[in-house]
Design a protein around this ligand. Structure first.
Ligand code: GDP
Length: 304
């Protein structure tokens, strides 16, 4: 919780300084307050659609209770955000022990620069600490740097990396990685992919090909298609989420760089808009600075 509190400091500070301004000099939540609150949420990157939903719910509460003091507004907002997150994020993510499938296969997607490699490294570290045998697959063969970086993370956290030469077929790397995982009795295989978004059909075809190969080695794989998004890019993250969910069956999200940004509200908007659970959040560059998303902890940090 402490790391989370520190990580979300910027988001929290900007959010609350704005809300404090909204209610300054007012005693009750009226239409003016709601209009201003709407603006605060939109400028905190919660997203228009989700903001309207929250405002409508607060409006309904005000209509029902007749009188809501501005002093109660924080509590009300907190309840509504909790509720929204609860609708899309089951709290199944309580530990890094993934016993459901062996190997549990995670295919990681996302555009370059969002923190994909770092997230893979940090995740490998957390999984290993939780007692899992982990293997990484360097299937982003498009950039030499990507392969090197994954290898570096493998060394740093002490897990095996399966790689081929740059430019080789990503599906072939995925195949090798899962074969190795099965042969070694690994618990989790995490496979990087190239994040080129310039052509949606191309992206879709490439990801489908990699998925099909995985399925051949491990029936049911990939169990997790993890989209990594950079929270500090705010609305861009929402746009990327749209593109990737159209290209492949993303079923988990990682939001990175929450520590450096005031745009943490994007977590709420993305979770609501796409109905895909936020599973991991990145709160720093270090190998331990990845957390399983805990919606209660998240809201607690925002409203502390
Ligand atoms: P990739 O191109 O998507 O693989 O991105 P990288 O993993 O190379 O990360 C890009 C940059 O973002 C690097 O400098 C990382 O250290 C940094 N980064 C990744 N995750 C986080 C995070 O949660 N917080 C912070 N502050 N930096 C991060």
């Amino acid at each position: 919780q402490e790391a989370l509190d520190t990580g979300l400091e910027k988001t929290k500070d900007s959010f609350f300084s704005k809300i404090t301004k909204v209610i300054a000099g007012k005693s009750t939540v009226d239409d003016d307050v709601l209009d201003d609150l709407e603006e605060v949420l939109v400028t905190s990157d919660v997203g228009v659609q989700t903001t309207l939903k929250i405002i409508e719910r607060i409006q309904a509460r005000v209509a029902r209770d007749k009188y809501v003091s501005t002093a109660d507004l924080n509590g009300l907002l907190r309840d509504e955000i909790q509720q929204l997150l609860a609708e899309n994020n089951s709290n199944d993510f309580s530990s890094f022990e993934y016993g459901t499938h062996k190997p549990y296969v995670i295919m990681v997607v996302g555009v370059n620069g969002v923190g994909k490699t770092t997230t893979i490294g940090k995740l490998a570290n957390k999984l290993k600490q939780a007692g899992n045998k982990v293997v990484l697959g360097a299937a982003d063969t498009f950039r030499a740097a990507a392969v090197d970086q994954i290898k570096l993370w493998g060394e740093r956290v002490g897990v095996k990396v399966v790689a081929q030469a740059m430019g080789s077929d990503p599906a072939s790397v995925a195949f090798d990685t899962l074969r190795s995982a099965v042969a070694n009795g690994d618990d989790v295989a995490i496979i990087d992919t190239a994040g080129r978004l310039h052509n949606k059909v191309g992206l879709m075809n490439e990801l489908t090909k990699i998925k099909n190969v995985m399925e051949k080695v491990v029936p049911g794989a990939p169990h997790e298609i993890l989209l990594v998004l950079d929270a500090s890019t705010g609305q861009n993250a929402i746009e990327q989420c749209k593109q990737f969910t159209e290209a492949t069956a993303v079923n988990a999200l990682a939001l990175t760089k929450l520590d450096g940004t005031a745009k943490g509200g994007v977590v709420i908007g993305i979770s609501d808009q796409f109905k895909i659970p936020v599973k991991y959040i990145g709160v720093g560059e270090g190998k331990d600075q990845l957390q399983l998303f805990d919606r209660k902890g998240f809201v607690d940090s925002l409203f502390k």
